[in-house]
Structure formats: C-alpha cells, structure tokens
Design a protein around this ligand. Structure first.
Ligand SMILES: [Zn+2]
Length: 242
C-alpha cells in the first residue's frame, strides 16, 4: 500500500500544481479531464514510469478527489486545496470495481462479508468487518485510508449513481477526425482510429470529446439566452432542457 499511497499523493499534488499554474500563469482553467490527460502522460514518461505500478483508475480517483476539493472551494464551502504532505495528510486510495480496481467474492457462509482483492495484488485483504454489507450487494467503490497512527480502514460504497450518458457517446468517437469508431467496452484501453490512424488512449480520447461536448452545450445555451445578461460562468448538463 505504501507505493499506492505515495503515487496517489504525488498525482494529487501534481494535479494541484497543474491547476494552480494553469490559472496563475495563463488564466486557463484546468479541470478533471485535463488532469487525467496529464496523468496518461506522466505514466508514459520515463522518469515517472513508476506510476504504472499502481492501477490507473486508483490514480484517477485521486484526481477526482482533487476536483471535489476545487468544487468545494469554488462554492465557497472549503479553503483552497492544499498539497498532501507525507505523514501530515491522511493517506488514502480509492478503488473502483468498474475500473478493475478490485475483485470481490462474497463469503457464502457469512453473507455480507467476503474477500476483497485489490488491483495489482494477489492476496485478498485481511478485513475485520465492523458490520456486514447487505447480503448479495456488490461493493462498487472502496477507499482505504491510513491514519497517522498507522491504522488502516476500508470504507465500502455499495451503490453509485451511474455515470452520465455522454461517456457512452464519446468514448468511441475519434477526437481528431470525429469518425465514429463504435462503442468501446471497458476492456478496450487503447484503440486506433480506422479513418485517420490515430492511436488513442480510450480515457484520454473520451476526455477530449467530453470537454468538447461540454463546450458545445455551453455555446448552445449562450446562443439561446436573450441579449443582455452575462452568460453564467457554469452551466450543468443536468440543468439543460432535454
Ligand atoms: Zn480519426
């Protein structure tokens, strides 16, 4: 876990730096999608290739937490996000089952408990369950934290709102030539566009498409607004008329 915690902390801090520098130096708002693309780059770069020893979905979750910290700050509910410092910040790593972050096998003799095996590990975690999960329920997300006394905790989330639809639309479209490459399942991590030959990282490509889709929706809304009022700084997809 040491390596995973360290990588999560590193990615969080790098993401924070990217977002802060983007804004302070260039007045560019760097969001979650851009930090994910940066993560893909860090994993490919030779000097930070050690990041590939940790599951990429776990590192993406770290960037999600960073994004949540920023959202809280933008709403005025939280202070500006701070760097996570070793031994000072609580260590944490979040695993998502859909991203093959962990495997789950329910114990038939003790329903609601079972074996959790994390990505890149062969042995299941030794968990002392404080209370069983509702029987038959499969965890979708789990977060492992370590407090400053070195004690480990696992918190399990059993339900999650399904990701919004755009992901499905966007992950098969080539972000370079816009040819539709068909829907990519979760198992297809990289694919080559049959039209223009670009080799895509599935998530990075989807992130570009999502961002463009967001901008397109935003423009639609702005164009539909009556003349005069300043366009709002943020429009949520779910607020748009269907
Ligand atoms: Zn293409």
């Amino acid at each position: 876990m040491e390596k995973t915690f360290g990588a999560c902390r590193w990615v969080y801090n790098q993401g924070l730096e990217l977002r802060r520098n983007g804004w302070e130096q260039y007045r560019v708002s760097v969001g979650y999608a851009e930090t994910c693309r940066a993560l893909t780059g860090w994993r490919r770069a030779e000097e930070t290739s050690w990041l590939t020893e940790v599951s990429s979905t776990v590192l993406q979750q770290s960037l999600r937490h960073l994004d949540a910290a920023f959202q809280g700050f933008f709403k005025g509910a939280r202070k500006y996000p701070k760097r996570k410092r070793k031994h000072l910040a609580k260590d944490s790593a979040t695993y998502v089952r859909a991203g093959m972050g962990f495997r789950w096998g329910e114990d038939a003799d003790r329903p609601g408990t079972g074996l959790l095996t994390l990505a890149k590990q062969t042995e299941p975690l030794s968990v002392r369950w404080s209370r069983p999960l509702p029987p038959g329920v499969v965890p979708v997300k789990l977060t492992i934290t370590r407090d400053r006394a070195g004690r480990y905790f696992v918190s399990v989330l059993v339900e999650e709102v399904i990701e919004p639809l755009p992901k499905l639309i966007t992950d098969g479209r080539c972000s370079v030539c816009r040819a539709d490459g068909g829907n990519k399942g979760l198992s297809v991590r990289a694919w080559t566009c049959a039209e223009c030959g670009t080799l895509h990282d599935r998530d990075a490509n989807a992130a570009v498409n999502l961002r463009e889709e967001g901008l397109r929706l935003y423009r639609l809304v702005v164009e539909a607004l009556p003349a005069g009022p300043t366009p709002p700084p943020l429009i949520r997809a779910r607020d748009l008329p269907r």
